[in-house]
Design a protein around this ligand. Structure first.
Ligand code: ZN
Length: 507
């Protein structure tokens, strides 16, 4: 073991994981809690990550034929009531608008007035209101498929807030599509799941397991829900996004019908799919370390930051000139089809302080440039995927020549580290005893970090699933799409099973 070093984040991950998480968010200046309970303020550094997520996904949605549109924030209650499972699933977390104005309450305050004849629900998701539009937009099979996406905010009333992971209001995209056949709708559901998982791997550097949710874990109103699950560094699962095959359920509720090519009327098959600002929570928990945020270059608001070092105006002049020449060289480069995103940090504070600031913000590459570097025609480079002290001088021309490969290398390193962690902590467990042991912390220190993903046999009985959930707070995260031919016995009841599923504790 190396000497103990003071880390930028206190407590460390293995001391108190939830608190470590909050501290990383704070140190990177990404978001803060708001005066409104359950809601968050996303600050520029956090929002810029969201913009990068949004831009990349938006491009991929459009490449696959989807168009963006916007639908109202409010949903008439009657729309909601038309799909029984849906309303039941969301009833407990709906914000309801009952009045339309405020008036003087006679004692210096205000009271709500103008009671609405029909109450409105602040959208927790938009299947019902978008369905109402679809029923007007679709007449014939020629109108299909209808492929729509919306970027919006939604509200699901939560009392316990964790920035990015669980908030009453969050940002997301929700795709909604309608198709002439069941096969097409199913194909769309899985296609979007693939777009998400490729995005998670390529951009966020997060390896995921994709699969199907069990009946008890699926989206309220869906026929089937597909999910992709990521492992956080406390070995818990995080559902990173979902894609739902809605069958005819919402078409029947909203009367989405079309005339087929034989002239007969049919209901359309619909899907919906979404990811949220929760992905930022996943990004933080998958990669960050005891010095703060670690960002994969492809999603980082900045690829590199340059910290000029000088003692007087004369040195300042030559350092800034040297930096200008350097930036001209790499501003022609493209990384992942984007310009190099960089910042020259000229704030009036100590160089060391600046560097730590960028370490905590997770910027992939830090450059220090001072008079000595100019003399050697070099730059002093630190990489966020390596230890803070692990820095080296690089010839200035080599730096611009190799910048893209440095970024690629950092992106790949971050991914491989997360993949190794996922693989090391995903284990086949075949005995009930071992299963319980796996998910039961042995001591106080293990309370936050223990377990992992158990790949175990399940007979398919919801009762086994429920018992495990009640006893261990462990759920079936998904039935993996990648199936191994492997017969065995249910880890809970010992009945025959022909499928292994992923069990884990989750966010
Ligand atoms: Zn069983």
């Amino acid at each position: 073991m190396s000497k103990k070093r003071r880390t930028a984040i206190n407590p460390k991950r293995n001391e108190n994981y939830p608190e470590w998480y909050q501290e990383v968010v704070k140190a990177a200046d990404m978001a803060e809690t708001s005066e409104v309970r359950g809601c968050m303020v996303i600050k520029p550094w956090g929002y810029s990550i969201w913009e990068n997520i949004r831009n990349t996904l938006d491009e991929r949605f459009k490449e696959t034929g989807h168009q963006n549109a916007y639908f109202p924030l409010f949903i008439p209650k009657k729309f909601f009531e038309e799909e029984a499972e849906h309303v039941e699933g969301f009833a407990k977390e709906c914000a309801v608008v009952t009045h339309s104005r405020l008036e003087d309450d006679g004692s210096g305050g205000l009271k709500p007035a103008g009671k609405l004849t029909e109450e409105l629900i602040v959208r927790p998701t938009s299947e019902t209101i978008i369905g109402a539009s679809f029923s007007k937009w679709i007449d014939s099979y020629r109108d299909l498929p209808l492929l729509i996406n919306q970027w919006a905010n939604v509200v699901r009333w939560e009392m316990r807030t964790r920035l990015f992971l669980r908030t009453s209001e969050f940002l997301w995209q929700e795709g909604h599509t309608a198709h002439a056949t069941k096969e097409e709708a199913l194909e769309e559901t899985l296609k979007m799941l693939d777009i998400y998982t490729d995005f998670a791997k390529d951009q966020l550097a997060i390896p995921v397991i994709k699969g199907k949710k069990t009946e008890s874990e699926k989206f309220p109103g869906a026929v089937s829900t597909y999910t992709f699950e990521a492992m956080m560094q406390d070995k818990k699962a995080l559902q990173a996004g979902t894609s739902h095959f809605l069958g005819l359920n919402f078409a029947k509720a909203a009367n989405i019908k079309f005339q087929n090519d034989q002239g007969f009327e049919e209901y359309a098959w619909t899907t919906s799919w979404g990811v949220t600002t929760r992905l930022i929570g996943a990004l933080i928990m998958a990669h960050s370390d005891d010095d703060g945020l670690v960002l994969p270059p492809k999603i980082s608001p900045l690829h590199l930051v340059i910290v000029p070092i000088y003692r007087n105006t004369e040195e300042q002049k030559s350092v800034m000139k040297f930096i200008d020449e350097l930036t001209v060289k790499f501003s022609k480069l493209r990384y992942d089809e984007n310009k190099i995103r960089y910042k020259i940090d000229t704030r009036e504070m100590r160089g060391g302080e600046k560097l730590w600031d960028w370490i905590k913000k997770g910027v992939p590459i830090r450059l220090e440039i001072g008079p000595r570097d100019i003399k050697n025609n070099s730059v002093f480079m630190g990489r966020r995927d390596k230890a803070p002290k692990d820095k080296s001088a690089v010839d200035v021309n080599d730096f611009s020549d190799n910048l893209i490969s440095y970024l690629d290398d950092i992106q790949e390193n971050i991914y491989q580290k997360a993949l190794k962690f996922l693989n090391e902590n995903t284990v086949d467990i075949d005995s009930k005893e071992k299963f319980f042991e796996f998910f039961t912390p042995q001591n106080q220190k293990e309370l936050e970090i223990h377990g992992g993903f158990a790949r175990s046999h399940w007979c398919g009985d919801p009762l086994c699933e429920e018992n495990i959930k009640n006893k261990l707070k462990v759920t079936i995260r998904c039935i993996p799409l990648e199936k191994r031919q492997d017969k065995g016995k249910c880890v809970y009841c010992n009945k025959e099973s022909d499928q292994r599923v992923i069990f884990a504790k989750s966010y």
